[in-house]
Design a binder for this molecule. Structure first.
Ligand SMILES: [Zn+2]
Length: 102
């Protein structure tokens, strides 16, 4: 079963505030609320997963670098990488954290 990513659209709980992953069958209806706190959630388009089969090493490496930057609080670096990798949501989040107006 594929893994889908969701995030609360507003104020969520600890579980859904950032993003959470859930396994769903391919024809299951997308979640509309957090399974833990019932806050509204939206599905994230995860291009990272979608292109894993094409260039696994490169993508995993990029993902790892982004994570490193995020852990160190280098938001603009993380955002740039995410941007290049086509991870729009991730890039936007990091740009915001870096203090850019989006
Ligand atoms: Zn929640």
């Amino acid at each position: 079963m594929p893994i889908y990513e969701y995030r609360a659209t507003g104020k969520g709980c600890k579980y859904c505030r950032d993003r959470f992953e859930i396994r769903q069958s391919i024809d299951a209806k997308p979640l509309t609320e957090c399974p833990k706190c019932q806050a509204p959630v939206r599905k994230l388009v995860s291009r990272f997963r979608a292109c894993v089969s094409e260039t696994p090493d490169e993508v995993v490496e990029t993902e790892r670098k982004i994570r490193d930057h995020e852990e160190e609080g280098r938001w603009s670096h993380a955002a740039e990488l995410a941007d290049k990798a086509g991870l729009e949501d991730r890039a936007r989040e990091n740009y915001k954290k870096a203090g850019y107006e989006m």
